[in-house]
Design a protein around this ligand. Sequence first.
Ligand SMILES: Nc1nc2c(ncn2[C@@H]2O[C@H](COP(=O)(O)OP(=O)(O)O)[C@@H](O)[C@H]2O)c(=O)[nH]1
Ligand SMILES: [Mg+2]
Ligand SMILES: [Zn+2]
Length: 397
Amino acid sequence: MTPPAPAAPAGPPRAGQRGACRYGWTDEAETAFTAHRAAGLVPARVARAHRGGCDVVLGGRHSPTVPGDDNGGYGFGGDEQIRAVVPPNLAGSPPSTGDWVALRPAAGGTAATIAHVLPRRSALVRAAASGRSDPQVLAANVDLVAIVVAADVPPDLGRVERLLALGWESGGTPLIVLTKADAPGHDPAGAPSPRTATRHDEIAAVAPGVDVLVTSAVTGAGLDALAGTLAGATAVLVGASGAGKSTLANALLGADLLAVGAVRHTDGKGRHTTVSRELVALPTGGVLIDTPGLRAVGLWDAEDGLGHVFAEIDALADDCRFADCGHVSEPGCAVLAAVDAGHLPARRLDSYHKLLREQEWMAARSDARLRAERERRWKEISRAQRRLYEGRGGGRR
Ligand SMILES: Nc1nc2c(ncn2[C@@H]2O[C@H](COP(=O)(O)OP(=O)(O)O)[C@@H](O)[C@H]2O)c(=O)[nH]1
Ligand SMILES: [Mg+2]
Ligand SMILES: [Zn+2]
């Protein structure tokens, strides 16, 4: 395999991307943006979200050479980032990496400001940490959710299943990237080592219907195929810290733009060097969002996602005696029979039960939260009505 191609110089869109945006702005998006254009706003994509602000890149059509393009006078179309203010009263969910926003350009000493977050076509969402039941958008408008797993340590299959559930649920397509295929025993001529081949099979077994790509940032193996898969798409890299996400992103970029962590020799774990979620355009086309390793990835509304992840269990369940079989101890359970016969690993069924319980618990919690919110709103309305009566001289009732 050849090492990755060097990065194209930043700046004008490359051939084949002319008139379009390196960050994925489309004609349909432009049409939907008409009213915002008329209001003097320009499209931009969130590269990094901070407290109170965002770094954004400009979308839209642009020509770096023709003045007066449609970028609100900014007149450039490269990789330049603008710091934009997120006003505290911005309606809806706060902007996340990958979001498209309507930006009010800086003028007369006022900083560029985000006026609207545009509707998302997909979003990778997790339950936020520490027992709260609010969802957190990890990446917006993603086509591919690339789950990055290192081939040099035993994989945490439960974690892969959990990320797959979120990936399917995002509205994008999950993909698994097995990194570090150069680990000891590899064949420099290209054949994966027996260990990498074993890892591949282990992971493919828990990811029905999902592509597993094998890569090495050291030898360049698999990078062309990965770049081909990512071209024209927005992909988010997720996975444990130290899995090689940032290294992979840098290899695809052909430049060391993203911070890479040295792996601690004691436990093989990477330090959390990637501190925020960052969006970059690839020279080979497509957009990549790098993320820090997440300690906790709680499921959020992942019921359908789980059905995809455990597709073979769903298929087996068709033959259970009871239509509502829980595959725990029911007579005539085809899933338990498959475990007994050695066709389905017991770990896989345990993981299915565990994630399903978590999903049901989360769904019940968010139902309770919705109920509480409805009650609170109802109280507010009746209080407002009372005030209205009082104001009309109706007196205290
Ligand atoms: N041998 C080898 N090491 C790699 C490869 N990719 C990443 N690494 C190393 O793994 C460690 C963690 O990489 P990093 O990209 O920071 O992981 P991240 O936390 O997932 O972003 C670094 O020391 C990298 O040099 C690879 O393909 N082969
Ligand atoms: Mg990283
Ligand atoms: Zn059953």
